[in-house]
Unconditional design. Structure first.
Length: 367
């Protein structure tokens, strides 16, 4: 297969940096063009990649000389992504967009999430747009012109919920409560006093308690992939760490299953569900560790921790069951910059160009 020429618009941010890092180790990549609106020194913004010898191009120069580029990653705000996509698609360049611009099928849900009407375009109507949740949407991704990468919370939540929602165990009339903590990189790399080291150390920073924009995205994708309608109560905070997502989900079960269900059965449901995801390297892993201690003794190894997934494209899921309440507990961890952004974007690129889905992504956690 011929080598792929790529460009990353918005490469000076955290996600752009991680896409560059992954592509530098990708055996099918011929060219990487990092693009910044301002003329910057690449080594100054990304000193970890100094050996790469990459240099920024300006957006203006790139748009004038983009004919030999096969794939563009848009790490831009949604309004910029929308306008850039129109220009690039005219040249038959494949696009992987990491903004919210194309994630929603429902215009009303997009407005609920972002408080604005979704724009329409003639060129976009003629193109195939796919939601980039690779584990559930491979067929559409393979044939797409533009891929809308999921939000980091939406990615982790949907991967964690679909296996159990596809069973008839969960009470369909409930509001699903999700509590999620992510690292301070989730706030972006523009200086913010609150997430500086001095302020974020030994602290937790709650935000968007009046409704997080990823909740409508989760609702829509659960409806598509489980054929069930749920309202999502998503509560988010920044934790005292740089990167990663720690997510806890509680689900009420139907009364007739309260006494029948247990932790072992839940683990079996999830393992069987993802066993059918027939790829060489499983990015969704189920933590299957037997309980050894008595009830109420703290057994931390039963559930995933953030350090298990940092730097990987993995989502690690732990499960438990509180029979006294009839509540399923799901604990999930992922790296917000990799599985929640750059890693899944490259995973989608691999599918888009007929490559092994796992290329350049088979990394294991440090701990």
């Amino acid at each position: 297969m011929k080598k792929i020429n790529t460009a990353i618009i918005g490469a000076s941010g955290y996600t752009g940096s991680e896409i560059c890092r992954i592509l530098l180790e990708h055996k099918h990549i011929n060219k990487i063009i990092p693009i910044s609106r301002e003329i910057k020194n690449f080594n100054q913004t990304h000193p970890n990649l100094v050996a790469s010898r990459l240099k920024y191009s300006t957006l203006k120069n790139f748009l004038r000389n983009s004919k030999d580029v096969h794939c563009v990653f848009l790490c831009t705000k949604s309004s910029d992504s929308f306008n850039l996509a129109k220009k690039l698609l005219k040249n038959d360049i494949k696009i992987i967009d990491l903004s919210s611009a194309f994630r929603f099928e429902s215009l009303s849900r997009f407005k609920k999430a972002y408080g604005q009407n979704k724009k329409k375009s003639t060129i976009l109507k003629k193109k195939k747009i796919a939601y980039g949740l690779s584990e559930f949407n491979r067929k559409k991704i393979i044939n797409a012109d533009l891929i809308a990468n999921p939000g980091c919370y939406a990615m982790t939540a949907v991967l964690s919920l679909i296996p159990i929602l596809n069973k008839s165990i969960v009470d369909p009339n409930q509001k699903i409560n999700i509590n999620a903590i992510n690292g301070t990189t989730g706030a972006g790399n523009n200086p913010k006093k609150e997430v500086s080291h001095a302020n974020a150390t030994e602290d937790m920073l709650a935000y968007n308690a009046d409704g997080h924009r990823h909740a409508p995205e989760i609702e829509e994708k659960l409806q598509i992939y489980s054929k069930k309608n749920f309202l999502i109560d998503l509560n988010t905070s920044h934790g005292n760490f740089r990167r990663g997502i720690h997510m806890r989900i509680s689900l009420d079960v139907k009364k007739k299953f309260i006494k029948k269900l247990n932790r072992e059965k839940l683990i079996k449901i999830y393992k069987e569900f993802y066993k059918n995801d027939n790829i060489d390297f499983q990015f969704v892993q189920i933590l299957d560790i037997k309980k050894k201690l008595k009830k109420n003794e703290k057994e931390y190894s039963l559930y995933p921790s953030i350090k298990n997934v940092i730097g990987t494209n993995n989502c690690l899921i732990g499960l438990d069951y509180d029979r006294s309440l009839g509540v399923i507990k799901i604990i999930s961890t992922s790296d917000n910059l990799i599985k929640g952004a750059a890693g899944s974007a490259v995973q989608n690129m691999n599918l888009l160009f007929g490559l092994n889905e796992n290329t350049a992504l088979t990394k294991y956690g440090i701990f």
